[in-house]
Ligand binder design. Structure first.
Ligand SMILES: Cc1cc2nc3c(=O)[nH]c(=O)nc-3n(C[C@H](O)[C@H](O)[C@H](O)COP(=O)(O)OP(=O)(O)OC[C@H]3O[C@@H](n4cnc5c(N)ncnc54)[C@H](O)[C@@H]3O)c2cc1C
Length: 478
């Protein structure tokens, strides 16, 4: 159903005629985010340039009873930034870096600032924003906050919520509020942290204060090569048991290595079953001692080769390989579906065995990259969208792997969020009571449910309705 003409006119008055898109071709761009298996066409896209404009846009949509969805770079992998017939509030014009404060180690940004851009501006001050999703060349700080994004270096430095100090938000009714700030405020409830990770379903972040951490003066990157995947997964626990906390421990399996090396020649051996990319940073002597412990743990668990990057170029090349690992799969498959699950680290070996077995059962190839130190796995499920039942088999395979993660005491997501993708699996992870309490909180602050509807919680679930909500049958996408 088209949006009311009155609303379009009102939006044009708020942001200017050219900042409202209703053109069919333009809207196509917004039909999906990084999860291309799920599409929905918005009624229009509007580009506010300030908190005040954003609040007026929200008030207009709210008044018209039309749903609205905030969107950053659209790299999200759980279908969180799409809208079926509603208004996309595209935050790319709100991309100003409002200030870097090196002495107090923080920065204030608008939500559309790209993660890498913030780092480029902070590095001359010897500082950086620690969360480093592999999509950091494109994704925004607003999207990072909403998804509570992680990345390779979150093993040591923590996820996004550990680096958000405060934020100004626009609530679902258009009211503006500010929580937290650059300096520790320990008075009252910590609403800024509460809002982090709510995937744009409670408020739109329009100004964000982030912690900056000193860039490590030195870092060592090591590559351990294994003839079996279990050797790599077992090494992860052994390294931590040896009392070493690397900044990153990333696993890449053979199929993914093939894709990377076919694409950009990062230096991964193509005959390895898996490699572990391990990074240490900090004081020289300590790093040397830890590197020896890491080498011992890897060799004791079957590493046939263990190599320390000798130059900065070599180090960067290995990291380029890791950061482009997912995208490189485009070289070997017409499409793939990125799964994101978590298990206790001690279950890494078991879950990867399950993942290969489940994929085999579905007649599908699966590659893996894992933030292994966090127990965060990314099975990359290869499929052909033109093949009969290709997408359906990929989704069924993904769901089986996620349910296995839950059985092992893990979680449905480590960093990509629930979005529209996994909302119907949520009742498998939380009790009805737990979900009911979460819904009460959401509904208290997003009363009409117009802000990013249909995300995180099973469709139609409103506070108090959950008890009657069927758990959707396996594989159902609505
Ligand atoms: C190749 C690739 C690699 C990736 N690697 C990682 C990784 O290593 N770690 C990781 O965590 N993620 C990763 N991702 C997923 C994705 O990049 C992150 O979730 C990222 O944080 C999304 O940012 P975005 O700006 O693209 O947000 P979008 O996709 O635009 O939006 C994501 C969600 O946030 C909401 N949102 C956006 N901006 C705001 C705002 N200002 N206020 C409130 N809600 C908002 C949206 O409504 C939506 O629900 C990867 C994605 C790709 C494609």
């Amino acid at each position: 159903m088209p949006l009311p003409r009155q609303l379009i006119k009102q939006l044009q008055r708020i942001v200017g005629r050219r900042q409202v898109d209703t053109d069919f071709a333009e809207l196509l761009v917004y039909e999906s985010d990084g999860l291309t298996l799920r599409t929905a066409r918005p009624g229009c896209v509007v580009y506010p340039s300030s908190t005040e404009e954003c609040a007026r846009v929200v008030k207009a949509c709210h008044g018209a009873g039309v749903p609205y969805v905030p969107r950053g770079a659209g790299t999200g992998l759980s279908g969180g930034a799409i809208s079926d017939g509603g208004v996309i509030i595209q935050l790319s014009r709100m991309s100003k870096l409002l200030g870097i404060h090196p002495d107090d180690r923080y920065a204030i940004v608008q939500p559309g600032v790209v993660n890498n851009y913030l780092n480029l501006q902070a590095r001359p001050h010897g500082l950086e924003f620690a969360p480093d999703p592999s999509s950091q060349a494109a994704c925004t700080i607003g999207g990072n906050l909403a998804e509570n994004a992680g990345g390779p270096h979150t093993l040591k430095y923590g996820v996004t919520s550990n680096h958000i100090l405060g934020q100004t938000v626009v609530f679902a009714d258009g009211e503006i509020a500010t929580f937290g700030g650059p300096f520790p405020v320990r008075t009252g409830p910590d609403f800024s942290t509460f809002l982090t990770g709510t995937e744009g379903t409670i408020a739109i972040s329009t100004e964000i204060t982030v912690r900056l951490v000193p860039t490590a003066a030195t870092a060592t990157t090591m590559l351990a090569v294994y003839p079996s995947v279990s050797g790599a997964t077992d090494s992860v626990s052994a390294i931590l048991a040896a009392g070493v906390l690397p900044t990153a421990m990333e696993l890449i399996d053979n199929l993914c290595i093939q894709a990377v090396e076919g694409h950009l020649k990062a230096g991964f051996p193509t005959d390895a079953a898996a490699v572990l990319l391990i990074e240490l940073d900090g004081e020289e002597q300590l790093m040397k001692r830890d590197a020896e412990a890491v080498a011992r743990a890897c060799k004791a668990n079957g590493a046939t080769d263990f190599h320390t990057a000798q130059t900065e170029d070599e180090r960067q090349s290995l990291w380029r390989g890791r950061k482009h690992a997912v995208g490189s799969l485009g070289k070997i498959t017409p499409a793939f579906y990125t799964n994101d699950g978590v298990v206790p680290r001690s279950k890494l070996t078991a879950i990867l065995q399950v993942s290969y077995k489940v994929a085999q059962g579905h007649g599908i190839r699966v590659a893996h990259v894992c933030h292994a130190g966090d127990g965060n796995i990314h099975p990359l499920i290869l499929y052909d969208p033109d093949e009969s039942q290709g997408p359906e088999r990929a989704m069924a395979c993904s769901e089986d792997i996620l349910l296995a993660c839950l059985e092992m005491g893990g979680s449905l997501t480590g960093e990509h969020g629930i979005g529209a993708e996994k909302r119907n699996l949520l009742p498998r992870m939380f009790t009805e009571d737990d979900l009911g309490h979460m819904l009460r909180l959401r509904d208290g602050l997003n009363r009409e449910g117009l802000l990013n509807p249909g995300k995180i919680f099973p469709t139609g679930a409103k506070c108090g309705e959950l008890r009657n909500q069927p758990v959707f049958p396996s594989g159902t996408w609505i």
